[in-house]
Design a protein around this ligand. Sequence first.
Ligand SMILES: [Zn+2]
Ligand SMILES: [Zn+2]
Length: 196
Amino acid sequence: MIDLQQFCAVGDLRIYLNSTWHYKGWHIASDGWMLVATHNELFSSPDTDGIPESTATVVDGILQFDPGARQGVPLSNIVFPQGAPCARCGTRGKVWTSFCPDLEEDWEICKNCDGEGYLYHAAPQGAGDKECTCKLCLGAGFGNCNDLMEITGYKFSAALVHRLKVLPELRFFVNDDGNANFVFADGVGALAGRRQ
Ligand SMILES: [Zn+2]
Ligand SMILES: [Zn+2]
């Protein structure tokens, strides 16, 4: 079983992105850039509330992806750029977070957390600390979320592509619009391309 939580956003204002959700028989995680969906017969519960209609339309398209005769790129054929270890998490890909105590008085100009509301550290410091995916490298442990890599002529976040390594038998399909779909043993997903 793949832990889908690792593909969720952390502290996103779009609340539904911060945890996994159920939709039309799928179990889904997304951070807004990437979406990963696995088949889930275990859940017959009603679909999650709170997904905007425009999002549902996009998700429907991703779930219906059919590679047809295309072979796609196996992940083993993708060569990753050699990035420096992540400045925030070392190479771990995970960090501990605690709420910033200064934020309430000093929102947006808070020097401690840049207004984000969370502080990041290597080890737990208090009872309320949560371990989560490092947002700087997006869990890859190297580089940062702005490092791009090219796959069949289009650019993607290297850190996000790197995270796909946990999905078995993954094949990556780059579309003419510069975005990508992928299929893996238990499901499907999509990754938004990056233009710069
Ligand atoms: Zn702060
Ligand atoms: Zn990191």
